[in-house]
Every structure is written in C-alpha cells, then in structure tokens.
Design a protein around this ligand. Structure first.
Ligand SMILES: [Zn+2]
Length: 111
C-alpha cells in the first residue's frame, strides 16, 4: 500500500479511537473500568501510531525521534491520568511533574 492509501485508514482509525476513548474516559463514570482500560489503550494507541508512521514511510532518524516521543507521551499519559472512585471522573494532570491528589469535580482524595 502507498502512503496515500494508508493515510485515510490511519485517519479513520484515529477518529474511531477518539470517539471510543471519549465515550469511555470522559462520558463514562466507571472508574474501575477506566483504570483497567487506560494502560492498554494508551500503549495500544502508541504502538498503532508508530505502526502507521512506519507504514507511511518514515525512516531513519525521524522515525527514531518519533518513537522516542511516543514512548515519552505514553509514559506521561499513564502517569498523569487518575480516576475518581467517588464520581468516576477522569482527571488528567496539567502538570506532568505533579500527580493529581484530589478530584477536580467532587474533591475526593485520589488513589
Ligand atoms: Zn470525583
């Protein structure tokens, strides 16, 4: 497949993943489910993204830099997301260096 054929597939997959993740992590209230799904989701989308840019023909140093960036973003996403047991809200820290301690919606202490 050529990059011109791959791109619409990439874009479509990304939109669908975006809708699913929005429904689960931002509309959903099930903190337990979110906590279970978040790591495979974040890691899965990272792997998928690298797979697509590789399929699109990115090579060499540019690919290497993108892989490092995706690993870093994946790590930060895993670290900065918390799920409130009281109200089910997804809390993503704006500051990656500080883990959120309290729910921004109901004030419950986060695990
Ligand atoms: Zn809460």
């Amino acid at each position: 497949m050529s990059p011109d054929e791959i791109f619409p597939i990439f874009f479509g997959t990304w939109v669908i993943l975006g809708i699913i993740s929005f429904a689960i992590f931002f509309l959903g209230k099930n903190a337990e489910l979110k906590r279970k799904l978040w790591p495979p989701f974040v890691i899965g989308t990272g792997v998928l993204f690298i797979g697509f840019i590789y399929a699109m023909g990115l090579q060499g140093q540019a690919l290497y830099i993108m892989v490092l960036a995706v690993i870093l973003i994946t790590f930060l996403n895993l670290r900065s997301a918390k799920f409130c047991d009281a109200c089910g809200k997804t809390i993503i820290s704006q500051n990656f260096l500080i883990k959120p301690k309290f729910c921004s919606k109901c004030g419950e202490k986060l695990q």
